[in-house]
Ligand binder design. Structure first.
Ligand code: NAD
Length: 508
């Protein structure tokens, strides 16, 4: 574990809370180091907030909601318009911070920010996104319409692997729909998120509309049980997501949890070999495999099994180095604990008899002797009972399962408990259509390795990868963050003759 220190014992900068529009020092008793994964340099220290500090943030959000809920749609939309401009302005600064604290390469850090920026851009359309509907004359002189109203104080809890994109999945959509928000970023890399919070204030988000607290279980549980919080949005691992969903639901809150994954890519023998294998290797090892939509299982069908040596050669050609070095393909994993866990799973794969086609443990990286590096690692001969197949490894490890037919590939994927993403590589429209129809996974790529929908749609992981009906961003987020109210109205015409008393349920 990283050191947990009192603030007085070290001179590095501290990560602040954001409460009522002010960046303030936490009074937390416990603190945690934020460590550069390539160098082990301590970049800053983050407080592990308790329930009292969470309560301050929630109270600030509750106060701000009283006025923000009535802010005109145009005002809210224009703040998002400004925020997207500021994110573009500070792209390099944000990416440098993200690479330093998370480890991913600078171009991939820009991608992380850009995918979040797209949500901010989409939030600008809130006028049309939040329109209600009306039906005239549902009975004589009676109209029915519905309006969408904000819920109140909402909370978001985010993981370490996308410290820009995932906070931006949440707070812009929550705020633009008229709610106020308390964000709890990952304690492993909260600094980029804090830069985004600064930009939100600069863009005009009023005091108390966005608040940020830090920490782990204690602050998360305080948010999930706080009586004032109306909705909780979570992204992270399955075991924490299941806990957050139950705790929030048991406390009467609306909840959505996007969780772990084991994404299968099916490679058919008729696929465009070069394009498909490039896509497979990029999706397997990009971001050092620390993406919830990473390809972690390659299912090779029939003669595509002859391509294993080509996959290994492509993986070997990837350059492992610090994310700041030019031409790096694979950066370090986020922490020493993550590295040890992934190496333990690789050892387990060997012990259980999977064939280690490529062993990426302990690569020597010039200039970065202490980095958390693991180079691309590939197992073949993997079966569903093997630990490397069952566990979410969340590192640069690709497992290859060999099958004879498309039906077997579909059955294998559908039998896996996760349902985040999948893909098929084929030149056949009929095969792709059958796959799209029969596969029981929420996000499907056809010759597209990481099929994360753009924000006009919504993130739609399914089965064991998601709890709650509605996904983050897009129209589903508008629905998640608003309550529909239907109004049935009649206006009496003074000149009309009354029909008398009606004691039935029907409208006349
Ligand atoms: P994590 O579950 O360890 O942490 C997520 C959040 O939960 C953090 O803010 C953390 O502080 C908090 N937390 C940790 N332990 C807790 C506890 N015991 N009680 C309450 N809160 C707790 O996840 P991570 O390691 O930061 O992120 C990686 C995981 O996130 C992977 O499983 C990945 O698949 C998943 N993920 C899913 C999606 C998706 O959209 N489905 C996207 C990104 C990441």
């Amino acid at each position: 574990m990283s050191a947990v220190l009192k603030p007085s014992t070290a001179s590095v900068q501290t990560v602040k809370l954001l409460i009522n529009g002010q960046f303030v020092e936490s009074k937390a008793a416990a603190w945690r180091d934020i460590v550069n994964p390539a160098t082990q340099e301590v970049l800053a220290r983050v407080p592990m907030c308790d329930a009292a500090e969470v309560d301050l943030a929630v109270q600030s959000a509750a106060e701000a909601f009283k006025t923000w809920k009535n802010a005109p749609i145009g005002q809210r939309a224009r703040i998002m318009l400004k925020l997207q401009e500021l994110i573009r302005r500070d792209m390099n600064k944000l990416a440098a911070c993200l690479t330093a604290e998370q480890g991913k390469t600078l171009p991939d850090a820009e991608g992380d920010i850009f995918r979040g920026l797209e949500v901010v851009e989409h939030a600008v359309s809130i006028g049309t996104l939040s329109l209600g509907e009306m039906a005239e004359n549902v009975a004589t002189g009676v109209d029915t319409y519905f309006i969408r109203q904000p819920l109140g104080v909402c909370a978001g809890i985010t993981p370490f692997n996308f410290p820009a994109m995932i906070p931006l999945w949440m707070f812009p959509m929550a705020i633009v729909t008229g709610n106020t928000f308390v964000l709890k970023p990952s304690e492993q890399d909260p600094m980029t998120t804090m830069l985004l919070a600064e930009l939100a204030l600069e863009a005009g988000v009023p005091p108390g509309v966005l608040n940020v607290v830090h920490g782990g279980k204690e602050s998360v549980d305080a948010l999930c049980t706080h009586p004032t919080v109306k909705a909780v949005s979570f992204v992270g691992s399955c075991h924490v997501g299941e806990h957050v969903y139950k705790l929030s639901s048991d406390h009467g809150k609306r909840a959505q949890c996007m969780m772990g994954a084991k994404n299968h890519a099916i490679v058919m023998p008729d696929a465009n070999k070069e394009q498909s294998l490039n896509a497979l290797v990029g999706a397997g090892f990009g971001a050092a495999g620390q993406r919830c939509m990473a390809t972690s299982v390659a299912v090779l069908v029939g003669k595509a099994n002859e391509w294993i040596p080509d996959i290994v050669e492509k993986a070997k050609s990837l350059k492992v180095n610090a994310g700041t070095e030019s031409a790096t393909d694979v950066g370090p994993v986020v922490s020493k604990q993550a590295k040890a866990r992934i190496e333990g799973l690789i050892a387990k794969g060997v012990e259980e008899g999977c064939k280690l086609e490529l062993d990426g443990r302990n690569p020597k990286i010039n200039g970065y002797p202490n980095g958390n590096f693991i180079a691309p690692t590939i197992f073949s001969g993997v079966k569903p009972h093997h630990t490397v197949y069952k566990e979410e490894i969340f590192g640069p490890v690709l497992v290859i399962v060999s099958v004879d037919t498309l039906d077997e590939a579909i059955a294998l994927t559908n039998a896996n408990p996760y349902g985040n993403g999948t893909g098929i590589f084929t030149q056949s429209g009929a095969v792709a259509r059958k796959f799209q129809n029969e596969i029981d996974v929420g996000q499907v790529g056809i010759n597209v390795p990481i099929p994360v929908p753009v924000p006009y749609f919504s993130f739609t992981g399914s089965r064991g990868s998601k709890l709650g009906d509605l996904g983050p961003y897009g129209k589903q987020a508008v629905h998640f963050y608003t309550q529909v109210k239907t109004v049935t109205a009649r206006w009496f015409d003074d000149a009309a003759v009354s029909g008398g008393v009606n004691t039935t349920i029907s409208l006349k």
